[in-house]
Design a protein around this ligand. Structure first.
Ligand code: ZN
Length: 344
């Protein structure tokens, strides 16, 4: 089968479009014919390599997968061949204390497609049956692939970790990112007031279309100053962080007394500084978040099916052009998701 393979870590040029053997589903596993695979910043980190993390190379990248069931290994009884499906991106043991409590993203064996096992940048992928979920109706494969990772992550960050409430003010950084476009919608659905940031007028207009009440152009305005102005100097209850060093100080300064900052990433660097006096004097909470539970993904998919949340697809590339897609994502010109389409 055709696939994108990472044979060694490096720049976009290491992505290799090639033929590899089609995988076979084992017991309780499903063979999925991939139709679309959305990119995430995680794909860039996996391709580049990360300190203290070992990847089994060569690896097929791609965590966000939509397609059709091609075959199921016995005993896999829940899916039927031809069914349109999306894959829960996280794979866990299913048996430990965390998994049993429904916190599968805290499982010590938790990993992702395109991370600890081969992902969706290929014509076929093998998945545990538990990860194979019905695709919400009324979506293209490209739209469906754009849902799981960012909506699940944003849901877990805002609702489970930061406990966002109706009427609260939330600052969403990076409205043009996949995760930002998901966070704006979830926060609005909950009834919060959303202040979103982006780096161009065109992106700010799109953020407003998604429901942002107020917007800040971080290329020309100081985020914390604007937040103070928009909140009558109070600051926001919740900051939705994923940018890292470039915005960290502004994010902290944007919080109201008693505010919560929740973060799932550091795309501009991880070595952020923090004045501890500010942390305790203002009684701030810093919350780390990674992915979300499979139970939360069911909720997200239901809301997508009801059109209360909608995936934002920026641009679709053929699988063979994965390198161009990575370069495009690294250039930060997108608004929403960058998706690879697996062409027949
Ligand atoms: Zn487990």
């Amino acid at each position: 089968m055709k696939a994108i393979v990472i044979p060694k870590h490096g720049g976009p040029e290491v992505l290799h479009y090639t033929e590899i053997p089609q995988p076979k589903p084992g017991p309780a596993e499903v063979l999925v014919r991939v139709r679309a695979c959305a990119l995430n910043h995680l794909d860039l980190w996996v391709r580049r390599g990360m300190p203290n993390i070992h990847f089994n190379l060569p690896l097929v990248p791609g965590s966000d997968i939509a397609g059709e069931v091609a075959a199921a290994g016995e005993p896999a009884n829940r899916v039927r061949v031809g069914e349109k499906v999306v894959l829960a991106p996280g794979v866990s043991c299913g048996e430990c204390e965390a998994c049993s409590a429904g916190n599968d993203n805290q499982c010590r064996k938790y990993t992702l497609f395109g991370y600890g096992l081969n992902g969706g940048c290929a014509e076929y992928v093998v998945a545990p049956e538990a990860n194979v979920l019905p695709m919400p109706p009324g979506l293209t494969f490209e739209e469906a692939a754009s849902v799981p990772l960012v909506f699940l992550t944003a849901w877990h960050m805002l609702l489970t970790r930061a406990q966002l409430k109706p009427g609260e003010d939330v600052l969403v950084l990076g409205a043009g990112s996949g995760i930002g476009s998901a966070a704006i919608q979830i926060a609005k659905l909950i009834g919060a007031r959303v202040i979103a940031t982006a780096g161009s007028a065109a992106k700010l207009a799109k953020a407003r279309e998604l429901g942002a009440d107020d917007v800040i152009d971080h290329s020309t305005q100081k985020i914390a100053d604007e937040v103070r102005r928009l909140t009558s100097r109070r600051g926001v209850d919740v900051v939705f962080e994923h940018v890292g060093v470039a915005t960290w100080e502004q994010s902290i300064m944007s919080l109201a007394t008693g505010g919560r900052l929740v973060t799932c990433g550091a795309t501009t660097g991880a070595a952020a500084q923090l004045d501890l006096r500010y942390l305790f004097a203002r009684q701030l909470s810093l919350l780390g978040s990674f992915m979300g539970s499979r139970g939360e993904l069911f909720t997200v998919l239901k809301l997508i099916g009801e059109k209360k949340l909608r995936p934002v697809v920026d641009r679709v590339f053929p699988l063979a052009e994965a390198r161009l897609a990575h370069e495009y994502l690294e250039g930060r010109a997108q608004f929403g998701k960058v998706v690879l389409k697996v062409v027949d």
